[in-house]
Design a protein around this ligand. Structure first.
Ligand code: SF4
Length: 414
């Protein structure tokens, strides 16, 4: 007679949608052997859905400004105009960064910025954002521009008194190819009132992502975890993301969510109020890894690509997450500012060789992909990679990694 845990895991492995109650049951488990079983099931489901190959993308982050009208309580990136550390890149600098990225093999620019009310052309926001895109696309037409969160879409719409659909359509015509599913944080308005009270509410995030899909703009999806949210709120977040993907797919929307990225809270440099309330700088690696596995099981066949954040976990922590249900190690980034300014120790950029070496240590092939998970070139087998990964897990996570390694030695049915 299978145990209640085995029943849940077997249902997930048979590609059934777990219920919120089942997801919550998985997050309530503290027994090491049972957690090892959850890990093994997530790893097996990953293997079933997408195989053993670990993908990566060569990309560059381009944060065009950190001047922002909002004051999210986890954000160490934002500045007021004129404040020390404020920046706003000019057109030539942005183009030079994108051109340099392409010279290094980048296929994607990921562009996001603060909500800067002064970023306007002829008194309007939308023309400024359109110019951001055209500035790059006119010179680099094949570059995939992955740009502007639902929050930025809503900001432009509000500033120019346009509908969100009008903004999305105009950005797409200008050359936006897909949207980052950032600003989701936790899709619970009670949590949002504490950590990001000025941001769009959960329903608006879901609405704008759904609109993007209907318009043919693929998106990613994210969750900022490990701060004040409860396990029930984490599962509710996953449930809403899954339901959104189901709607987009079953209604024949021309685009969908391409991946899910779990973003552990990094609080070392975050504003003191939230740091004090959370009571730690970062969630522990074991908790993050368990949630990584549960997200894989919960999102099931609906979202098959799962990515850890090496910026937040360090490369070794991200590589560990590839054993807990993830199949993609993310991008080279080249210059990451937002999380690094919050105190993350993972680094601001990684080389392809470093990503491939981290993947090779797991004995799995590495494959370059584009933003939409289409393969580029041929896969690299583990024996072809020799460089050691460069970034250790953040100091607070080091001990936890060993514990996680220990727990994976337990069998699924232990
Ligand atoms: S998270 Fe984004 S919206 Fe919030 S304060 Fe920071 S830059 Fe502004």
């Amino acid at each position: 007679m299978p145990s209640p845990l085995d029943r849940i895991l077997n249902r997930a492995l048979a590609l059934n949608d777990l219920t919120p109650k089942e997801g919550l049951a998985l997050l309530a488990i503290e027994d090491e052997g049972a957690i090892a079983a959850i890990r093994a099931a997530a790893d097996e489901l990953r293997q079933t859905l997408v195989g053993d190959t670990v993908t990566y993308v060569i990309n560059r982050n381009l944060n065009f400004t950190n001047i922002c009208e909002q004051h999210c309580s986890f954000c160490a990136f934002r500045r007021d105009a004129g404040q020390a550390g404020a920046f706003w890149l000019d057109w030539d600098t942005m183009l030079a960064k994108a051109t340099d990225a392409v010279a290094q093999g980048a296929t994607e620019i990921c562009m996001q910025g603060g909500l800067n009310p002064d970023a306007k052309v002829d008194g309007k926001s939308l023309p400024y954002y359109q110019r951001l895109i055209r500035n790059l696309k006119d010179q680099l037409p094949h570059l995939h521009v992955h740009a502007f969160s639902p929050q930025e879409v809503q900001f432009i719409a509000r500033e120019d008194d346009l509908s969100e659909a009008e903004v999305l359509a105009a950005l797409q015509v200008a050359g936006v190819d897909s949207l980052p599913g950032t600003a989701a944080e936790v899709l619970d308005d009670g949590v949002r009132r504490v950590i990001c009270p000025e941001k769009i509410d959960a329903a608006s995030w879901l609405r704008i992502i759904g609109l993007a899909h209907r318009q043919g703009l693929p998106t990613t999806s994210t969750m900022l975890c490990g701060h004040i949210e409860t396990p029930a709120q984490q599962i509710h977040h996953l449930d809403q993301v899954r339901a959104l993907q189901q709607r987009s797919r079953t209604t024949g929307a021309p685009a969908q969510i391409t991946e899910f990225i779990l973003l552990p809270f990094v609080g070392q440099e975050a504003p003191r109020a939230l740091r004090n309330r959370v009571g730690r700088d970062q969630p522990s690696l074991p908790h993050t890894l368990r949630l990584t596995a549960v997200a894989r099981l919960y999102l099931g066949r609906w979202i098959v690509n799962h990515q850890p954040s090496w910026v937040k976990l360090g490369l070794a922590g991200a590589a560990e997450a590839l054993r807990w249900g993830c199949n993609d190690i993310g991008g080279t980034l080249m210059e990451e500012h937002i999380t690094t300014m919050a105190g993350a120790q993972g680094g601001t950029g990684l080389t392809v060789a470093e990503l491939q070496a981290a993947i090779a240590q797991l004995g799995r092939p590495a494959q370059q992909r584009d933003t939409l998970y289409r393969e580029i070139g041929t896969a690299v087998s583990p024996s072809d990679s020799s460089l050691p990964p460069s970034s250790p897990p953040p100091a607070g996570l080091m001990g936890s990694t060993a514990a996680a390694r220990q727990s994976r030695n337990h069998s699924r049915t232990a």
